[in-house]
Design a protein around this ligand. Structure first.
Ligand SMILES: [Zn+2]
Length: 243
């Protein structure tokens, strides 16, 4: 680590739970991020600020006015731009030492494998159930650490998965029988993805450092009454992750 890096990350290096050794581990982490919206904005910000090695972002959307209420990566001058292009511009200015790769694509079971390249994590920052199951299955197939969060209104949930070792998303939830991607927009207060996306970045960092994380634990967040509840979950012998 050179002097500039020591200064840049000095406040987290000061943490007894991180130190220079921890920072070196963080600086080697490669993350594949699916979705660059409400969850993906703070997620990308905090990981790039923390000094990971590489962040690859996939998203298929363009920035619109109604995004700005919660998707804090973007601003009014970027309306109409591809989100991945706008995100790369912002994140590269924040920390030019982090390699930010972006792809405009609608991820599917047919296309996702080509983006798997030496990543340590795949993280779901999407806004729909179908993609969360896709990310979960991809994590199991390629043995990638995985963090999945979901939000609606003032509520959220998040889990971290170590494939084949801890409970996966599908151990807990059943895949949707109908395509819900055509449903209308869900209600959401911007702070909710702000908190859950930030927690996703925290999970990547803590998993990297082997600190206590949300493996086998589903964190349920209720921001109306400010309650954070952890539900212990167990890996299912009948699940795809046990085959
Ligand atoms: Zn499972």
């Amino acid at each position: 680590m050179d002097e500039r890096e020591k200064e840049r990350y000095s406040r987290q290096i000061l943490s007894p739970s991180i130190g220079e050794e921890g920072q070196k581990k963080i600086s080697k982490v490669r993350v594949l991020q699916i979705g660059a919206g409400g969850l993906g904005s703070p997620f990308a910000y905090y990981l790039v600020a923390a000094g990971i090695k590489e962040l690859t972002i996939i998203d298929n959307d363009t920035v619109s006015l109604s995004n700005l209420q919660r998707q804090i990566l973007y601003n009014e001058t970027q309306i109409g731009m591809e989100k991945v292009t706008a995100a790369k511009s912002v994140l590269s200015k924040l920390n030019s030492d982090v390699e930010v790769n972006v792809y405009k694509d609608l991820i599917s079971y047919e296309t996702i494998d080509k983006y798997i390249n030496k990543q340590d994590f795949i993280v779901d920052c999407s806004d729909n159930f179908a993609t969360k199951f896709l990310v979960n299955q991809t994590a199991i197939k390629h043995n990638l650490n995985c963090v999945i969060a979901g939000i609606k209104d003032f509520f959220g949930q998040i889990i971290t998965i170590k494939p084949k070792k801890t409970a996966c998303y599908q151990c807990i939830f059943s895949p949707p029988v109908t395509d819900n991607s055509m449903e209308g927009p869900l209600p959401v207060i911007g702070v909710t993805p702000g908190i859950l996306g930030t927690l996703q970045a925290l999970e990547v960092i803590k998993t990297t450092l082997a600190l206590p994380n949300l493996e086998n634990k589903l964190l349920m967040v209720n921001l109306l009454d400010i309650s954070f509840n952890i539900i212990d979950v167990v890996k299912s012998d009948n699940c795809i992750c046990s085959k």
